[in-house]
Design a protein around this ligand. Structure first.
Ligand SMILES: Cc1cc2nc3c(=O)[nH]c(=O)nc-3n(C[C@H](O)[C@H](O)[C@H](O)COP(=O)(O)OP(=O)(O)OC[C@H]3O[C@@H](n4cnc5c(N)ncnc54)[C@H](O)[C@@H]3O)c2cc1C
Ligand code: SF4
Ligand code: SF4
Length: 431
């Protein structure tokens, strides 16, 4: 055990001096390439040669279960990865400024307050732009409030890990999105072996449809006359975007009314169109919203995740998630439109007269709760296959784990060798 650290006057650790952004076709600048040993990207990157089965085994002690003729597996692990329990949840009262109710922030605050970690690495807002993420190292529970809320964009979270260890923070918590957490888990053993990492708590959020902060500002310009006043934005599970402003206004925009067709085709970078881990399967606990049907959505993945959640038991209200509606039609429609977009064709648009009806119907009859989450995971799998086929076919073989093909098979997408690139699902030896 390390000695209890005194609260430090300086709670923030600035990221190392900016290094050039990595010049790779598929890279979200997770921070690894800015460390002393950037060659590690070759083994640690989600976009190069990921080994999900191996890392699931390492982190959770098992891979995601799937039913066989002789063994009935736990439901939904093909979609969401290994878990011990899935819950809908909310903090009561919600933390002001949080993206949802602030469970993510509160978990990290508790780790610091209980002296289970020396520091937390997470994202705050850049002082010059509230939508730009900036990695920070937090050593006092009261400073975690700076990290509440979602920013759009990429920032080198992992560039703070080794400086933190070098400063003596050997027990760390990291809050991150899936592409960051994959790389962190891939180097965890090395950090333990060579840099004295003693404890690592990983709080993950799901992630999808991220883009650069600059692109996101373009989007805000399209949905508001006063984009500078927008303080909050979320894609909700009732098929609406919620926008809040500094003046206290709240607006709900149905997805179908969004000006998506006016965005450039590369608005979402190829990374985020082909990312294969929506639900952050290597976190100890994933804190999202998409299976929560209006509440937060927790996937407790292992004993460490459960211990973190137990710490909040007096402040959190949980329930069993619902699962309603059928996703097939929505996913097939998405497949058709994505195939058109990936082929450079315009999206099929709905006639204007039909939109109000569909906007009314979707929250009532569309997939809801866990079925909504399954639909989104299948859509991601389809999107990854179609966009990689079109834009980076040589990556298919190594980048797509077998479970992505299994998810897409239901919609008639299978690996093919006809393009001569040996596009076959990747099979791994367990680590
Ligand atoms: C780009 C992006 C897309 C997302 N898409 C989905 C989705 O499709 N479905 C879903 O269920 N959830 C998604 N999430 C997660 C969701 O927005 C909430 O963060 C999550 O539900 C936690 O809410 P909370 O109130 O507990 O978080 P809070 O207590 O408000 O804490 C938010 C945490 O998010 C981290 N964070 C904020 N911005 C970034 C960023 N750009 N990069 C890395 N970390 C960041 C901060 O470190 C902070 O700790 C996404 C998050 C991001 C950043
Ligand atoms: S590991 Fe991180 S920094 Fe390296 S290529 Fe991948 S996303 Fe970029
Ligand atoms: S969508 Fe995937 S690749 Fe893009 S930022 Fe999120 S986790 Fe990373």
């Amino acid at each position: 055990m390390t000695e209890r650290r005194q609260p430090e006057a300086k709670a923030w650790l600035n990221p190392p001096a900016p290094a050039p952004t990595p010049n790779r076709k598929l890279c979200t600048d997770c921070g690894l390439s800015r460390t002393q040993d950037p060659k590690r990207c070759g083994q640690a990157c989600q976009f190069i040669q990921p080994d999900y089965p191996g890392l699931e085994q390492l982190v959770h002690g098992r891979q995601r279960q799937q039913s066989t003729p002789t063994h009935g597996a736990q439901a939904d692990e093909l979609f969401f990865g290994p878990y011990q329990q899935i819950l809908s949840a909310r903090l009561e009262p919600a933390l002001p400024g949080a993206q949802w109710t602030g469970i993510t922030t509160r978990l990290a605050e508790d780790l610091l307050a209980q002296d289970l970690v020396d520091a937390v690495i997470a994202m705050a807002a850049d002082p010059s732009d509230r939508w730009r993420p900036r990695p920070v190292l937090v050593t006092r529970a009261q400073d975690m409030q700076q990290c509440r809320g979602m920013r759009m964009g990429y920032a080198p979270l992992l560039s703070l890990v080794e400086p933190a260890l070098a400063q003596g923070h050997k027990r760390l918590a990291v809050i991150g999105i899936p592409c960051q957490i994959y790389a962190l888990r891939a180097i965890q053993a090395q950090l333990e072996r060579e840099q004295g990492l003693q404890q690592l708590y990983v709080i993950g959020t799901p992630c999808s449809d991220n883009t650069s902060t600059e692109n996101f500002h373009q989007f805000l310009d399209l949905i508001s006359d006063r984009p500078q006043d927008i303080s909050y934005l979320e894609f909700r599970t009732d098929y609406k975007v919620e926008v809040r402003t500094d003046q206290g206004e709240k607006r709900l925009i149905p997805f179908l009314n969004l000006p998506l067709s006016t965005l450039p085709p590369d608005f979402f970078p190829l990374t985020c169109r082909t990312c294969v881990d929506y639900t952050n399967v290597l976190a100890d606990i994933t804190v999202g919203y998409m299976g929560g049907h209006g509440q937060q959505w927790l996937l407790v993945r292992n004993a460490r995740g459960q211990a973190m959640l137990d710490g909040l038991s007096a402040k959190i209200i949980t329930s069993r998630p619902i699962s309603l509606g059928r996703r097939d039609g929505a996913v097939r429609g998405f497949l058709t439109n994505t195939a058109r977009a990936a082929g450079g064709l315009p999206l099929r648009r709905m006639p204007a007269w039909l939109k109000p009806l569909v906007n009314w119907l979707m929250p009532r009859i569309g997939p809801r709760g866990l079925e909504f989450a399954r639909a989104r995971v299948e859509m991601k799998a389809i999107e990854s296959i179609l966009h990689l086929r079109r834009q980076a076919p040589a990556r298919l073989k190594n980048m797509l784990p077998a479970h992505v093909w299994q998810l897409a098979a239901r919609y008639g997408l299978h690996p093919t060798t006809t393009d001569g690139r040996g596009e076959t699902p990747k099979r791994h030896q367990s680590r």
